[in-house]
Write a protein that binds this ligand. Structure first.
Ligand SMILES: NC(=O)C1=CN([C@@H]2O[C@H](COP(=O)(O)OP(=O)(O)OC[C@H]3O[C@@H](n4cnc5c(N)ncnc54)[C@H](O)[C@@H]3O)[C@@H](O)[C@H]2O)C=CC1
Ligand SMILES: O=C(O)C(=O)Cc1ccc(O)cc1
Length: 293
């Protein structure tokens, strides 16, 4: 499909794209572009055979790259567009994997004036609490979803080609608007991560923390796993999508207050209804949406 795939940010997400693209024979070569401070990570990616070469010089990285995917934390994407701008090639397919989409579009507008038609914004709904190239997995995207958020000016052939790339590495591809993406992901990903960070932080500060964590059962382990996620990545996501996240936090606080009141009133029936409704809602969504294929 491509002669040379260039990944900017060869961590969990970029490294997994590189591994899968190689395994499926979707490109002849994979290279990485990063800054001086990313050298040890890029060196490691080379040693692991995830990439064929790496560069800190954008001109050298871009030469011959016909697909470029930005896989860095969303707060760094504007600086990366600035770095790419002098070398922007109308024949190359550019994309990203950022967890927020409006912030990436705004960054592109700030740098280019209007979003280039050959930049196709995308987001794999697959990942883990681990980061770095050592955590990259060849099958990370298998049976997962990939969302593309094209704009009116996005080149439809570029959208088709990117969709084809992700399908060939195992993902089910959906299209949606940038705004809808950020609303949905605030609820299903950003708020749950914030809640996990908040609860684990709160419990961690308690004096009896060793005791609390010692007796934590499976439920706490499930819920707290995502609090092990990368702080830089999540700082960037939360700031980038705060317009969507803050109203949800307010609704969540109101719901906690309501449940607190039920407890104060010993309202067993209302508590039962609250839990039953949530259990049924989860069951419904598992039955409807669990299999992305
Ligand atoms: N971790 C996850 O589960 C998911 C993450 N994402 C998104 O994918 C992106 C990457 O996330 P991960 O791979 O998990 O992070 P990561 O921390 O594993 O990898 C990011 C890489 O980018 C490099 N980097 C940081 N700033 C850079 C810059 N200015 N120039 C070049 N390289 C730079 C870092 O050295 C690191 O190797 C983020 O935008 C994140 O929101 C999307 C879906 C899932
Ligand atoms: O680790 C998990 O369960 C995740 O939810 C991973 C994840 C993190 C960020 C995304 O934008 C998408 C997926």
């Amino acid at each position: 499909m491509f002669e040379r795939l260039c990944i900017i940010g060869i961590g969990l997400i970029g490294g997994s794209i590189a591994k899968a693209a190689r395994a499926e024979g979707l490109c002849k070569q994979v290279v990485a572009l990063g800054r001086e401070k990313n050298l040890p990570n890029m060196q490691r990616a080379l040693e692991l055979g995830v990439i064929d070469a790496f560069y800190t010089d954008a001109a050298r990285a871009m030469a011959g790259s016909d697909c470029v995917i930005i896989c860095t934390p969303v707060g760094s994407i504007q600086a990366i567009f600035e770095q790419l701008k002098p070398h922007w090639n109308p024949q190359t397919l550019y994309s990203d994997a950022g967890s927020t989409k409006a912030s990436v579009i705004d960054a592109a507008r700030a740098v280019f004036g209007e979003v280039p038609g050959n930049f196709v914004p995308a987001h794999p709904i697959a990942g883990a609490e681990r980061s770095g190239v050592e955590a990259a997995k060849v099958d990370l995207y298998r049976n997962r979803r990939l969302i593309i958020t094209p704009l009116a000016g996005t080149d439809s052939q570029a959208v088709d080609k990117l969709g084809e790339f992700w399908r060939r590495i195992g993902s089910s591809v959906s299209l949606m608007t940038v705004e809808h993406h950020d609303t949905v992901l605030a609820a299903t990903s950003h708020l749950p991560h914030l809640l996990a960070f908040a609860l684990v932080g709160l419990l961690g500060r308690k004096d009896e923390q060793r005791e609390i964590f010692k007796y934590a059962a499976g439920g706490f382990k499930d819920f707290s796993r995502i609090a092990s996620s990368d702080p830089t990545m999540w700082q960037d996501i939360c700031l980038a999508n705060k317009q969507e996240i803050i109203p949800l936090m307010q609704q969540f606080q109101a719901e906690l207050k309501r449940i607190e009141q039920l407890l104060q009133n010993d309202d067993a029936a209302a508590l039962f209804d609250t839990f039953s409704y949530a259990k049924q809602a989860r069951q419904r969504f598992l039955e409807t949406f669990d299999d992305p294929s």
